[in-house]
Design a protein around this ligand. Structure first.
Ligand code: NAD
Ligand code: WQD
Length: 345
């Protein structure tokens, strides 16, 4: 008789969002059972139909605000997941400066109620969406995991604080495994063109701004600064394909099965790319001209930010493999097929 393996169940908190939805697909492809939890505060229910179209099966979904401790605990009682990936949170740096309490409340409370529910349910594997923003004060590139952490925005501080909470928890509970994944700049989309980044209002980030110019929703790109000490004077970042990033979570889950304690990993390519280089790569991949205008620097921006991703390769066995052309092609494929983003459902 054929032996039926039970698939490991993973709670994907914030799984209807940009990185979470791509991670649901990566988990499915790797043989995990993903259960999606999201309050849809920054995503739409139609992403679930799209995931079903791509995967050929539906995913269990709970619409829940994870800041609610009782409901979160009830979820653990119903599902008994083996592990949790925590994407849920607000992420706009500028908005966090305007509304710091909203950011501290949502990002910290959702994390605390999840961790408390995990403790009560005996679930001890946690993968956390951290960010390169935690290297706030470091100017020497590339960034290493043991560089000091600091921050310049309330959003960033929520990441620094949650990292500390997880470190403290791992000291108290020697069987707990927390993996801090520090993402650099995710762009791109699943090659199906059915899911992708769908910002509300005018995009803050570079790639969605470029794709909205290409599709005719915005007139031109405003390039923030051409006087940085970089090869062409524009800001340099480490862009990473969201599907590579998603696969990094599968590697982190595997690692959490064989490790205890708290470890941080950079998820980036290690390649710095300037604003103008990204624009040119996008124009080449899409065949669309991107009109642009040089402006002054954006407040709070730094000249360069890129990772040393070697620790993730060494310890997790993960390395980004999709190049800039693929990132641009897939971002454009998503945007041109969905000029208005996900449909309302
Ligand atoms: P996203 O906004 O697309 O996804 C986050 C999801 O969490 C959304 O679907 C939202 O509805 C949900 N959510 C928010 N608060 C919630 C709550 N209280 N309860 C339940 N669901 C809630 O963002 P993303 O780009 O996919 O980012 C995912 C995570 O990665 C975030 O924590 C973000 O801070 C982090 N991150 C993102 C980037 C980036 O550039 N996109 C870079 C570094 C780190
Ligand atoms: C990239 C480059 C801009 C828009 C932000 C967050 C960070 C992280 C990722 C979550 C910079 C330039 C941008 C535009 C431009 N998120 N730019 N015109 O600044 O690296 O980081 O997103 O953790 O915390 O701060 O990414 O995409 O905003 O900017 O010229 O319209 O593009 O100045 O050089 P950034 P970005």
């Amino acid at each position: 008789m054929q032996k039926i393996e039970k698939r490991e169940k993973v709670l994907v908190c914030g799984g209807a969002g940009y990185i979470g939805s791509h991670t649901v697909l990566a988990l499915e492809r790797a043989g995990f059972e993903a259960v999606i939890v999201d309050d849809l505060s920054n995503s739409k229910a139609s992403v679930l139909d799209r995931l079903q179209q791509i995967a050929g099966r539906s995913f269990k979904f709970y619409r829940l605000d994870l800041c609610k401790p009782r409901e979160t605990l009830e979820l653990f009682r119903q599902e008994s997941p083996a592990a949790v990936i925590h994407f849920a949170g607000y992420k706009a740096v500028g908005e966090s400066v305007e509304k710091p309490l909203m950011y501290y409340r949502n990002n910290l409370d959702s994390t605390l109620s999840l961790l408390e529910a995990m403790q009560k349910a005996g679930c001890r594997r946690f993968v956390f969406s951290s960010s390169a923003t935690v290297y706030g004060g470091v100017t020497r590139m590339p960034l290493h995991e043991d560089d000091p952490t600091s921050c310049t925005s309330p959003y960033g501080w929520t990441k620094v604080m949650i990292e500390q909470i997880l470190r403290d928890l791992c000291v108290a509970d020697k069987a707990f495994s927390a993996v801090l994944l520090r993402y650099f700049n995710p762009i791109g989309a699943d090659p199906s063109g059915l899911i992708g980044e769908d910002p509300q209002g005018i995009p803050n980030n570079l790639m969605p701004y470029i794709t909205q110019v290409a599709v005719g929703k915005l007139d031109k790109l405003h390039v923030f600064g051409k006087d940085y000490p970089t090869p062409d004077g524009t800001g340099v970042r480490d862009y990473i394909h969201v599907s590579d990033l998603a696969e990094g979570h599968v590697a982190a889950l595997d690692f959490s099965r064989r490790s205890v304690g708290c470890r941080a990993f950079n998820l980036g390519t290690g390649q710095g790319v300037s604003v103008l280089e990204l624009v040119h790569a996008f124009e080449k991949a899409s065949g669309q001209k991107i009109p642009l205008q040089i402006e002054g620097r954006r407040a709070g921006d730094i000249a360069e930010c890129y990772a040393d991703p070697s620790l993730a390769e060494e310890v997790l066995g993960w390395k980004a493999c999709r190049d800039l052309e693929e990132m641009c092609r897939d971002s454009w494929n998503w945007q041109k097929n969905n000029p208005g983003g996900f449909p309302e459902s």
